[in-house]
Design a protein. Structure first.
Length: 76
């Protein structure tokens, strides 16, 4: 078997935040929703969840693309 590899929570949060800040035509509401579910699970399981903020509070109605356009915070 191959050697086990791991990735840091910081790297995952940074990558998720990058994806959630995208505004191109490929970043749909469903795409961003999946990123949110994934990173929240990682943060809660690692005990590092410190909340999130909307990128634009004026565009953050529940269920919209703006609702999933956010940045996550974590602690080590």
């Amino acid at each position: 078997m191959g050697k086990r590899k791991t990735v840091s929570v910081k790297d995952m949060v940074d990558y998720a935040n990058l994806q959630l800040s995208r505004v191109d035509s490929f970043t749909t509401k469903d795409f961003k929703s999946g990123i949110c579910v994934m990173i929240e699970s990682i943060l809660h399981k690692s005990g590092g969840y410190q909340g999130f903020m909307f990128i634009n509070n004026q565009d953050s109605d529940a269920g919209t693309l703006g609702y999933y356009s956010r940045q996550y915070f974590y602690s080590k």
